[in-house]
Design a protein around this ligand. Structure first.
Ligand code: NDP
Length: 328
């Protein structure tokens, strides 16, 4: 039998945590034959609720779930972690300036990065879900100099999945017929969902749609503002689809992309496509054997270039702001 994989989830008692933990424990994060140990990290006020969730996890009698540990000590929570899902974050509250938000999150992600550095397993893979995810990932990465920088990633898979779904609806295709879609940039309103290289049942998506006004005025804003639309409709945030995307992100990272397809991940830039090196930006990537690679050589047209640049500019501003705050 395989050695269990240690999976740490922060903010485990939150909405996303509640939608996420049961799927990790049932084998969807890593695969149906990989046993897991869960480490739930919470702030002290969240511990009791996390214990309640752990009781429910026990009651599912998941064959793959070996043990659950609940803690408010990051050094304990990340001890031996192979996969860390950083979900807990400080939400933006009314009237909060960006600087306040970034510094509040710095207080969370800097110590977590250090605890990962000091305690996690050598093969640690980190996914940041808590917003602003890209910049929170940058903060954690900077606090973990002994961990290879490329292990710190940010989630744009929900945007990727949303874009696939919108494109499928527009073209009448099945979701499974859509390949090579890309989210570029920041997981924020400036993100750019790119269909110029995407395929719908083997045909180029942009040519098939052939409607730049739809792209600019419907598709892109619908994908970018989907979270707000769900809050408006449901009266609560899109926690289940966010959890699902986190599962997809890690599963694909570990198990690989399908031949002839790619995915989108927020990863440290190597300078590709004019994205300044070091920014954690979303790119088209293929994955294999637990490693990812940026898809190279894509032709970027003017429509795409403007939008990628705008989102990357925002990332650079966030990086400069956290640098000024001494967080990186
Ligand atoms: P959620 O579980 O709903 O969300 C957690 C984070 O995920 C937020 O930063 C949220 O960003 C982000 N997020 C990313 N994508 C989405 C999406 N599609 N929909 C919704 N959220 C998304 O928050 P809760 O408040 O329910 O729970 C947070 C938990 O984290 C609490 O239990 C709290 O105690 C805990 N926490 C733990 C910390 C730790 O372990 N040290 C530190 C801080 C908090 P956005 O703000 O943009 O919605």
């Amino acid at each position: 039998t395989r050695t269990p994989v240690n999976v740490t989830v922060t903010g485990a008692a939150g909405q996303i945590g509640y939608a996420l933990l049961f799927r990790i424990a049932s084998g969807h994060l890593l695969g149906p034959d990989v046993p897991v140990n869960l480490r739930l990290l919470e702030i002290p006020q969240g511990l009791k609720a996390a214990e309640g969730t752990a009781m429910e996890l026990d009651d599912c009698a998941f064959p793959l779930l070996r043990n659950i540990e609940i803690t408010d000590d990051a050094n304990v929570g990340f001890a031996g972690a192979n996969v860390a899902l950083l979900v807990g974050a400080r939400p933006r509250t009314k009237g909060m300036e960006r600087g306040d938000l970034l510094s509040a999150n710095g207080g969370i992600f800097k110590p977590q990065g250090k605890a990962i550095n000091d305690n996690a397993a050598d093969d640690i893979k980190v996914l940041v879900v808590g917003n602003p995810a890209n910049t929170n990932a940058l903060i954690a990465q900077a606090a973990a100099p002994d961990v290879p920088a490329e292990r710190f990633t940010a989630m744009t898979r929900l945007d990727h999945n949303r874009a696939i779904s919108q494109l499928a609806a527009k073209t009448g295709a099945a979701v499974s017929d859509i390949k090579k879609l890309t989210i570029w940039g920041n997981h924020s309103a400036t993100q750019y969902p790119d269909i110029f290289h995407a395929e719908v049942a083997g045909k180029n998506a942009a040519e098939l749609v052939n409607d730049e006004a739809w792209l600019a005025d419907t598709f892109i804003p619908t994908v970018a503002k989907r979270g707000a639309a769900i809050i408006e409709a449901r009266g609560a945030s899109s926690a289940a689809s966010a959890a699902n995307a986190a599962i997809d992100h890690v599963y694909t990272w570990v198990n690989g992309t399908a031949p002839g397809d790619w995915t989108s991940m927020g990863i440290p830039s190597d300078g590709s496509y004019g994205v300044p090196e070091g920014l954690i930006s979303s790119f088209p990537v293929t994955t294999k054997d637990g490693k990812y690679e940026i898809v190279q050589g894509l032709d970027i047209n003017e429509f795409s270039r403007t939008r990628i640049d705008a989102s990357v500019q925002e990332l650079a501003e966030e990086r400069d702001a956290v640098r000024e705050l001494g967080l990186i």
